[in-house]
Design a protein around this ligand. Structure first.
Ligand code: ATP
Length: 476
């Protein structure tokens, strides 16, 4: 008997992601490696669509933002200047008995203990005497200590202190370090931005919630340089722009919220910070942080490198180190949010609309279970699937191949000739393909095909001469 679990469990989603080639455990054949993930054929298309949507809206469709692509390993002084060598730490507590390692804030939450106020890790996360390890029950928990999240490596053949380098924990610092070069070649005037997309690495103490907190991930960061005194107005602007953007890739308005930092939560140099949060099945969590960071970053690089980071405003004849507003988003977290939002299990009757499946209940008589990913067309890995009604009819196969080849010039398409047509629709529903085209015998005589829409499952007959324009209109 088939039962359904409509209320999304991360296990169901992870199982679909593996089965259909969105996300695999990294190094799975060797037992996996904690905190690292690989994206399969569909996952990498989903990520590419996220990146491209971001780049189009943040760079290509604007005249005041330019792109940059920095190396992952940079001069280690960059991370001294940025404060990462000294302060990019998480508080950690170990169990001497079972060797389990905890992030102190998560451990406190798990145990229902309120941390002390203040920023000193040793005081803030001092455990009350008699606290037991939640994993093994022993009294062997260590004092809290700071753990630096940067991955260390060595550059060149000699592995000593002079050759230490770091895998970047964020893409932002490359932008600050190249500020003057980009400024001088791009003929931009403040306010303007520099955008970068790329890998970042953090040796997270406790990677969890599927891909949400990984040790290797991808960021999409914009550093938007502004005149001192205009920080607040630009910060407000970017928060609203970014909230709108999440809706443009298909996240419903009610699923995304803002977390506004209180003054006491802000870093000492920041004047404002808002996180954009998504309601994941495991809780409301951050997708993106938008911070007004003053001139802290450029100021520090000016100090550490001895190179001027000043901007000369020809209109006002003023010189200043620009302030910056930083919207910083994670590709992997957005991919996960899109997957969670898209996943549905439905019961489909022979006739009429689908109903949402009831968790744990058997599929009722006369209904069929369908799993569907309701991606917005903009981010769907495959946009159109093309089928010949029957695979052993060469005329149908030839016609459908011709249509497939034509549509491929515009969108990522998929051609499938195996199995009953209903099964082919289900396979596409499960990977979130918004449109399917079926070529049948009528197509051979009047040049029309069936266009089927994923969510409503409605089918219309459409002339081939109108097909591309109609699909284009429906892609939004
Ligand atoms: P968190 O508090 O969740 O650790 P953060 O505030 O440290 O995140 P930022 O330094 O602001 O994160 O990084 C910007 C964005 O990069 C985050 O909003 C998130 O989308 C992404 N990101 C950061 N750390 C990770 C991670 N370990 N795995 C996946 N994405 C991440």
């Amino acid at each position: 008997m088939t039962t359904s679990t409509s209320k999304l469990s991360m296990e169901n989603l992870a199982s679909l992601c593996k089965r259909r080639g969105f996300i695999f455990q990294s190094s799975e054949i060797y037992g996996g490696i904690n905190g690292f993930w690989d994206y399969g054929p569909l996952g990498c298309e989903l990520k590419r669509n996220i990146r491209e949507a971001w780049w189009r809206d943040m760079v290509l469709n604007r005249e005041d933002v330019v792109g940059l692509d920095c190396s992952i390993i940079m001069h280690p002084r960059i991370w001294e200047a940025s404060g990462h060598v000294g302060g990019f730490t998480d508080p950690m507590i170990d169990c001497r008995s079972c060797k389990k390692r905890f992030r102190a804030d998560q451990l406190f939450e798990e145990l229902g203990i309120e941390p002390e106020t203040g920023s000193e890790i040793e005081k803030k996360f001092k455990l009350p005497p008699g606290t037991k390890c939640p994993a093994c029950g022993s009294l062997e928990l260590t004092e809290p200590r700071a753990f630096n999240l940067m991955f260390k490596t060595y550059v060149g053949p000699v592995a000593d202190e002079s050759s230490v380098a770091y895998l970047r924990p964020e893409t932002a610092q490359g932008i600050f370090a190249q500020f003057s070069n980009v400024m001088s070649v791009s003929r931009q005037k403040v306010p303007f931005g520099i955008a970068q997309v790329g890998k970042a690495f953090r040796n997270e103490i406790n990677p969890r919630n599927y891909t949400f907190r990984s040790r290797e991930f991808e960021q999409m960061e914009l550093e938007f340089f502004v005149k001192p005194g205009t920080d607040q107005q630009w910060h407000d602007y970017w928060v609203e722009e970014r909230m709108r953007w999440y809706q443009s890739i298909g996240l419903p308005k009610e699923s995304i919220t803002k977390y506004v930092y209180g003054k006491e939560e802000l870093a000492h140099y920041a004047s404002a910070c808002v996180d954009i949060m998504y309601a994941f099945p495991f809780g409301v969590q951050e997708l993106e942080g938008i911070a007004a960071r003053g001139n802290f970053d450029l100021g520090r690089h000016q100090e550490y490198s001895g190179k001027s980071m000043e901007y000369f405003d020809a209109d006002t004849q003023e010189k200043f180190v620009p302030h910056v507003v930083e919207p910083s988003a994670g590709v992997d977290r957005i991919a996960l949010a899109l997957l969670c939002n898209a996943y549905r299990e439905e019961w489909i009757p022979k006739e009429g609309p689908a109903v949402e499946a009831e968790p744990g209940k058997p599929v009722p008589e006369g209904y069929e279970l369908r799993t569907v990913l309701r991606f917005a067309p903009r981010v769907a890995p495959v946009k159109v699937a093309v089928f010949p009604l029957l695979k052993n009819k060469p005329e149908l196969v030839a016609k459908s191949r011709e249509i497939f080849t034509g549509l491929r010039r515009h969108w990522n398409c998929f051609w499938d000739q195996t199995g009953a047509i209903g099964r082919r629709y289900r396979r596409q529903d499960e990977i979130g393909t918004p449109f399917c085209i079926t070529v049948d015998f009528q197509s051979l005589t009047d040049n029309t095909v069936t266009l089927r829409e994923r969510d409503s499952m409605q089918q219309v007959r459409i002339s081939l001469s109108e097909l591309t324009a109609e699909l284009d209109r429906r892609m939004g």
